[in-house]
Design a binder for this molecule. Structure first.
Ligand code: SF4
Ligand code: SF4
Length: 385
């Protein structure tokens, strides 16, 4: 039978968590050569099928734990400070507790995003023991409909269990946009989250490539209500969310591929869940040169981006290091690129992105490590200017 943690234990845990988060911020401010947050996918399969989601399937197998350990160890070697386990549905992975334990064994903050369906007191207790520190559940509506089954009606019992048994921080994210039929539900969900002692945030659903889809006036009104309800969370979300809600582009520097990494189930690094394929480089070959190059690389999709975890992670560096388009970055920092021989003669600077996209993996791997010895594969796609 699961044990309820005492309030003293919870207070001590919360204090410890905040101290570690403070350390993470200091480390991030001192150096830009490490990822602040990486999202990893141990399993693409999900037990639900939300209509707006492009991040799941219903067939794929769990990534073996040894492979997940290798990826976590590499992220630790790069100096990553937070790893968030996402999916698909991570609770379907048979070795989830060991994966969380491996993250914590490196002193990295461990978080998870789940739909919450599989939570029971014993499972929550196991997550406590494994060392989970942050958990987020997205709830889309008050009663289930054809767009989403992540409803308060179904999940309220799970939230009560979390309120009783969890030693980790819980955030409830409600979403608006993207076909959610009753945007006003977000306010009910936010209130319930606060009643149970959790934090609450609101997410704005993006289109199929993570870009802005302006909110209707009714949805904008809900956003303003949520903002008034929980000022402390919204000050964290700052101007980004505000502009997105109003349908306005943001002027910011996306540090994806550098401070924020998205690692898919195949172990490839992508900018984010909505820009999969770029860079598309195997994590185990990702180096500090890649981190430095991507830190300075301007992202064409930034103005209309709605990926709030990338916003939050990049915010730390908003005041420094302006970004460049590809040609000027090549000129300014040639050491961050790979030099390869062209079939027509001469040498060219390319990034691993150009090498890996649409390229035979073996050829790309050879090129990315060799200097002058490798022919540029005919299929290599240069980075967008
Ligand atoms: S629960 Fe999450 S991963 Fe699963 S289909 Fe819904 S949004 Fe996608
Ligand atoms: S701006 Fe960054 S986080 Fe947003 S869609 Fe583009 S690469 Fe992804």
């Amino acid at each position: 039978m699961a044990q309820k943690p005492s309030s003293l234990r919870r207070t001590v845990k919360a204090f410890h968590r905040r101290a570690r988060e403070f350390k993470m911020i200091v480390k991030g401010l001192i150096s830009t050569d490490h990822p602040v947050q990486a999202q990893i996918i141990p399993m693409r399969r999900c037990n639900l099928a939300c209509a707006y989601c492009n991040e799941y399937d219903d067939v794929s197998k769990a990534v073996p734990k040894e492979e997940m350990f290798r990826r976590i160890d590499h992220l630790a070697g790069l100096g990553t400070t937070i790893i968030v386990i996402s999916g698909g549905e991570p609770l379907l992975h048979p070795d989830l507790d060991e994966i969380i334990g491996r993250i914590r064994s490196h002193g990295i903050i461990a978080g998870m995003i789940t739909n919450g369906y599989l939570l029971v007191p014993e499972r929550i207790e196991r997550l406590n023991r494994a060392g989970l520190e942050h958990l987020q559940i997205s709830i889309d509506n008050v009663t289930p409909d054809e767009t989403s089954k992540k409803s308060l009606k179904v999940l309220d019992k799970k939230l009560q269990m979390l309120a009783e048994y969890a030693e980790f921080h819980v955030n409830i994210n409600s979403v608006i946009g993207g076909g959610i039929q009753t945007p006003e539900d977000a306010v009910v969900i936010g209130r319930r989250a606060r009643e149970l002692g959790f934090t609450s945030t609101v997410g704005i659903i993006h289109n199929h490539v993570g870009q802005l889809k302006p909110l209707a006036p009714r949805e904008q009104a809900v956003y303003q209500q949520m903002k008034a309800m929980n000022r402390s969370s919204y000050s964290r979300l700052n101007k980004f969310q505000e502009n997105i809600a109003m349908g306005k582009p943001n002027n910011w520097r996306c540090r994806s591929g550098s401070r924020y990494l998205y690692i898919c189930e195949d172990g490839l690094v992508h900018y984010c869940s909505q820009q999969r394929g770029i860079p598309g480089v195997p994590l185990l070959e990702y180096t500090v040169d890649d981190i430095r190059r991507e830190f300075l690389m301007e992202k064409h999709c930034a103005p209309n981006c709605t990926i709030s975890c990338a916003h939050q992670t990049s915010y730390m560096d908003y005041w420094r290091a302006p970004q460049h388009k590809l040609p000027s970055l090549k000129k300014a920092r040639p050491e961050l690129f790979v030099q390869i021989a062209q079939p027509a003669g001469g040498l060219e600077l390319v990034s691993k992105i150009g090498l890996y996209q649409g390229t035979d993996l073996e050829v790309a791997e050879k090129c990315s490590t060799g200097v002058k010895t490798c022919q540029a594969p005919a299929s290599a796609v240069p980075l967008r200017d």
